[in-house]
Design a protein around this ligand. Structure first.
Ligand code: SF4
Ligand code: SF4
Ligand code: SF4
Length: 301
């Protein structure tokens, strides 16, 4: 993927015409496989913009920094990122009028961490997918679902036979085996909260994990507090996770967080579906678990 030229042209036009106050995109880091988020506020800065095979960050989460402002913002989104924008619109965190969405049809991006390992001089990692990021192997929507302008040829949608395969295997375990599986999985969590920080669906102004009066979850990294953290976050993601894979990508200890997210997606789909979060923006429409009816069954409490 290389849409740098097209994105620069669009950004120049938007800034010159004063249609937007800034353009959220990416710029090149120090190394060939480093592409990092960047905001261009002037036409002079546009020459720093890139949109290439390492533009992996989902920029939609960055909009939260501007949610209380008035600026008009252009943002470049891949398919998965665009679902994050829908998440923010549905959650009333941003208004559509303040956005100019530049969609890019995405053939998949490469994993910079994998590239770094391959270039480190240490043991090379076996990779059959030519560096493709893990999240792109399960991509449901490579084309932006919401945009003002589209760059690139629409990508074919693929049938994801394997999407829930591992979830179904885990569902076959006994309750004790499952508990042990998840206990082992999260025992290495250092509670750095990177998964929360990067997540576009984690957009509460005050996060429950930061509250101290009352303190809902202890600050230690023991199994019990880790379990509480992941259970609470999972319940907050149900019906809201847009499957962008960013949480798993940034986890420094490689916890396979998409297993939790996909179990939620599978169940919400089963109970309320067919439903995929953030697949289209319909003004006023809410995710399944964000609305209630007075006659909703409540016999689980
Ligand atoms: S998950 Fe899909 S849209 Fe997102 S970067 Fe990968 S291929 Fe592109
Ligand atoms: S990013 Fe990983 S280590 Fe950090 S809190 Fe999340 S799961 Fe734990
Ligand atoms: S939980 Fe993970 S995959 Fe889901 S929206 Fe948040 S960062 Fe993306």
């Amino acid at each position: 993927m290389n849409y740098t030229k097209e994105i620069r042209e669009i950004a120049t036009r938007l800034l010159e015409n004063e249609q937007v106050d800034m353009v959220m995109a990416w710029e090149k880091g120090d190394l060939e496989y480093q592409t990092v988020p960047f905001i261009a506020r002037t036409v002079d800065e546009v020459s720093r913009i890139v949109c290439d095979e390492y533009s992996i960050h989902n920029l939609s989460n960055s909009l939260l920094r501007f949610r209380d402002g008035q600026e008009k913002i252009a943002i470049v989104v891949k398919g998965c990122d665009s679902r994050g924008v829908v998440r923010l619109l549905e959650d009333n965190q941003f208004s559509r009028e303040r956005l100019y969405i530049i969609g890019v049809a995405c053939p998949g991006v490469k994993d910079p961490l994998l590239a770094m390992k391959q270039n480190s001089g240490f043991e090379k990692v076996q990779d059959q997918d030519e560096g493709l990021a893990s999240k792109c192997r399960y991509c449901l929507q490579p084309n932006p679902v919401i945009y003002d302008e589209l760059v690139g040829e629409e990508q074919p949608l693929t049938e994801l036979q394997e999407r829930f395969a591992r979830i179904e295997e885990i569902e076959q375990m006994s309750a004790d085996e499952r508990y042990k599986f998840f206990e082992d999985m999260i025992s290495t969590c250092i509670r750095c909260y990177a998964c929360r920080q990067v997540c576009v669906a984690c957009n509460c102004r005050t996060c429950i994990f930061d509250e101290t009066r009352p303190q809902w979850v202890g600050r230690e990294t023991n199994i019990s507090d880790n379990m509480m953290y992941h259970l609470i976050r999972a319940s907050h993601m149900a019906g809201r996770c847009v499957e962008c894979g960013e949480c798993e990508r940034v986890c420094p200890v490689n916890i396979p967080l998409m297993l939790i997210n996909r179990k939620l997606i599978k169940d919400v789909n089963g109970f309320f579906g067919p439903y995929e979060a953030g697949m289209e923006y319909v003004e006023g429409r809410k995710p399944p678990l964000s609305v209630y009816k007075e006659n909703d069954p409540d016999d689980f409490l």
